[in-house]
Design a protein around this ligand. Structure first.
Ligand SMILES: C[S@@+](CC[C@H](N)C(=O)[O-])C[C@H]1O[C@@H](n2cnc3c(N)ncnc32)[C@H](O)[C@@H]1O
Length: 315
């Protein structure tokens, strides 16, 4: 196994702002003794607040595919407990996908849990790490994996995906209007040109789409391409599908709550359909909860966030 990457700035403060914190804490209906899973623990922005609310008898399980984020989570959970001078309730951090939750629970001797929180997508700390390729301006390798210890980086996938596969990825997961032009540019040349850094990818995208579009675009013109490739490299929608169809029904106890924050319309649709159609759920959010105007202003990343909540009923 390749060595685990450690954050260059493990001791420094994480920059990620937890999204819709108040709304999420309210939706979770926390109390002493609950067994809570934060499936995308990140820098523990939500978990740091959850932990005291289930103390002293509760248990917190945080999972993340990214070893760097788990390091941030541990630092922040310890720091918060030290500052508040409370021992806090026990917590366990597990590296890997939330889709492997039954394995982590088995190791902990827990049959089921009472709450599952998912805050999907990318953390601002991952975006800020120039060695991952998530940010447009990074000169580091174009990796785009959450878990850099397994699978292949985006730069390698870009040598392997066919033009048709690339069109599909860009259309389905990026809703990219110029998917055909960009896919053609990505596979051009024999052998194909190497796209090793985020800047290389930005250059190809900029050359493939009309100048007027690059000039008038409010977002960076490569935003959708990066998003689509990241979703593909990490199989993000597949992980969510497994979670909704198999893991939650298996791991969430009767009366337990699932709280899911999405940032992408496809993910939101998947969660909405699962909560509506699967007989195990009482859907508590016919309309999703959205961030207040103030939060959107203070934390622009929250703008596309949607929170959906469902209660597990006996099957
Ligand atoms: C938006 S961040 C979570 C931020 C966190 N709630 C906070 O406030 O600090 C999403 C995190 O989910 C992780 N992630 C994405 N897909 C995952 C998966 N399938 N299993 C576990 N973690 C995942 C990412 O590595 C990232 O750290």
């Amino acid at each position: 196994m390749p060595p685990v990457r450690r954050s260059k700035s493990a001791a420094s403060t994480a920059v990620h702002q937890p999204v819709m914190l108040r709304e999420v804490l309210r939706a979770l209906e926390l109390r002493d003794g609950l067994r809570v899973v934060d499936g995308t623990v990140g820098a523990a922005g939500h978990s740091v607040q959850i932990r005291p609310l289930i103390a002293p008898n509760g248990i917190l399980i945080g999972t993340d595919r990214d070893p760097m984020m788990l390091e941030y989570a541990r630092i922040n959970l310890e720091k918060a407990a030290a500052e508040k001078e409370i021992a806090g309730t026990p917590y366990h951090l597990c590296q890997g996908s939330y889709a492997l939750l039954p394995e982590y629970l088995k190791k902990l001797g827990l049959p089921q849990v009472d709450r599952v929180l998912l805050d999907l997508g990318l953390s601002s700390d991952q975006l800020a790490d120039g060695d991952r390729g998530f940010s447009f301006h990074a000169e580091g390798p174009l990796d785009l994996r959450f878990d850099t210890t397994s699978g292949k980086p985006a730069s390698e996938w870009l040598q392997e995906w066919s033009e048709e596969e690339l069109v599909e990825i860009l259309e389905n997961w990026g809703e990219e209007k110029f998917s055909r032009q960009i896919a053609a540019a990505l596979v051009a040349g024999k052998p194909r040109r190497s796209i090793n850094t985020a800047s290389d990818l930005v250059n190809v995208v900029m050359q493939a789409i009309p100048v007027k579009v690059t000039r008038d675009s409010r977002k960076h013109p490569a935003t959708r391409v990066f998003q689509a490739l990241r979703i593909a490299v990490n199989e993000e929608l597949r992980q969510l599908e497994v979670m909704l169809d198999e893991i939650l029904p298996q791991c969430l106890a009767t009366d337990g709550l699932a709280v899911i924050i999405t940032f992408h319309s496809l993910e939101d649709r998947m969660v909405k359909n699962a909560f509506k159609k699967n007989a195990i759920w009482t859907n508590l959010t016919p309309k999703p909860i959205e961030p207040t105007r103030v939060e959107q202003k203070v934390n622009p990343r929250s703008r596309s966030a949607k929170v959906r909540v469902a209660r597990r009923i006996p099957s």
